[in-house]
Each structure stands twice: as structure tokens, then as C-alpha cells.
Design a protein around this ligand. Sequence first.
Ligand SMILES: NC(=O)c1ccc[n+]([C@@H]2O[C@H](COP(=O)([O-])OP(=O)(O)OC[C@H]3O[C@@H](n4cnc5c(N)ncnc54)[C@H](OP(=O)(O)O)[C@@H]3O)[C@@H](O)[C@H]2O)c1
Length: 244
Amino acid sequence: MKYFIITGTSRGLGEELARRLLSPEHHLLCISRNRNVALMAESEQIDYFEFDLNDIDQVDRLMRDVCNKIDESKAEAIYLINNAAVVTPLSNIEHGSFEELTTNVHVNLLAPILLTSLFIRFSEHLRIPKRVLNVSSMSSKNHLPGMSVYSAAKAGLDVFSQCVGKEQGEGAFAVKVISVWPGMFDTSLQEEARSANKDVFAASELFNRVKDQGMLVSPTTIAEKLVDLLLSDQFAQGIVVEEL
Ligand SMILES: NC(=O)c1ccc[n+]([C@@H]2O[C@H](COP(=O)([O-])OP(=O)(O)OC[C@H]3O[C@@H](n4cnc5c(N)ncnc54)[C@H](OP(=O)(O)O)[C@@H]3O)[C@@H](O)[C@H]2O)c1
């Protein structure tokens, strides 16, 4: 049995990743605030954890509950996909509320760091393939006014993946960690960027242009590519994949 811990599975890319991974040989451990009832109906091999990743103090407990579902005697490989994210605040930094600013860093950066740390600790003694895929963004290098916290969190995620890759090294049962820029695809996150007030977020016009010019791909296509990468030999330790 291969185990997949995936965050942000209630919609968008995370939902498509989970759907793509459904298989009799796979057990999915899904995390988001809202339970994805439709996804749950598609397989009995899903455990769902309704959890707010902004609740940083409880991530330890969450990961214990998640790992309790993993039968070590059956586990052939385990994977963590840090996919959940929030794009707000979409405004210059002085206009973001403290709550929006901290939630952004918690969900986009701190939760993936804590989950990765706990994943490595939990799986240290397991002599099976272990991989962490951090879903990042070209926003880590392509900087737009009004997205400073999102960009900073994604840049942090890229650096984090590279550093942990170095820590883990190339041992046979090292945890392999990568960061991936998936490209732009049509989800509620894009919708939020398009519908943001252009007086405080001028780049909303750019997001609208991208949509109007048909440049957004479907999350299903991205999920297919990400799953292929996750399970392939191209999953090289500590890299940032800028183009899928
Ligand atoms: N869409 C794009 O064009 C694009 C481009 C580059 C990178 N990305 C990245 O791709 C990933 C997926 O994005 P998406 O477009 O699929 O986003 P999305 O449609 O907005 O979905 C975000 C997911 O994250 C979960 N989430 C948000 N806040 C959470 C919290 N506090 N606790 C737990 N889960 C939370 C949401 O579930 P709940 O609301 O149920 O909690 C939802 O399942 C993200 O890492 C994003 O940065 C997207």
C-alpha cells in the first residue's frame, strides 16, 4: 500500500491530485477545512481530516492522527503533498489585516514546514521510499505588487525544500523533498485574484487578461503532470521544478 498525505483536497488542484491518485493500492489521507464529500464517495481508502492549517499549535496533533492511519507493516511508500494555500491579502502590505498576513504565512509556509518536519520524524525508521512535494508558484520569482506575502511564502517554500534536500542527502531511504511551480490553472484561487478590487490590487487586470486569452489550463492537467512527477525517477532531491 502507498500512502499519500495531501493538503487542500476540498477543491482545485488538491481535489484533482487526490482523484488522480485513487487506486486500490493507494490510501489517501486528505486535509482541508471542508470535507470533500464527493471525493469521499469515490473510494473507501480515504481518511479525511477537517483541519484548519492556520491552527498551527494543533498541527502536531493532526499529524499524529494522520500517521496513526498508516499501517507500517503494509506501507510500500509514503508521500506528503503540501498543496493547500491562500492568496489573500491581495493588496499592498500596509492594507493587509494582521489576521490575513499571519494566516497567509501560516498556511503557505509554516504549516508545510511543520508537516515536513513531522513527516521526516515519523518516517525516519521506515526503509521505504518517502517523498515530499511542495506546491509552490512562479510568484516566488515573478513579483507583483499586492502579492508580497504570497510571493515571500512561496520563495520560502522553495528555499526550505532545497535546504531540507541537502539535509536529507542521497541515502537510500532519505526523504526526497522538492518544490514545484505548477503554472497557472483555473481554480477559485485564480477567481479570487481576478475579482479583487483593482484599486487595491492592480494586478487583477493581468489575471483577467490571462483568463480572457485562454492561457489557464485545467487543474486536472496539472494534477496528471504532478502525479507523474511524484511517482517518477525525475523526482530529484532538493530541486525546484520551474516548469512542469
Ligand atoms: N491556481 C493557480 O493558477 C496556481 C498557480 C501557481 C501555484 N498555485 C498553487 O497551487 C496550489 C493549489 O491552488 P488552487 O488554485 O487549487 O487553490 P484553491 O482552489 O483556492 O484551493 C485551495 C485549497 O487549500 C485549502 N486551504 C486553504 N486554506 C486552508 C486552511 N486554513 N486550512 C486547510 N486547508 C486550507 C482549501 O480548502 P478549505 O477551504 O476547505 O480549507 C482548498 O482545498 C496552491 O499551493 C497554490 O499556491 C496555484
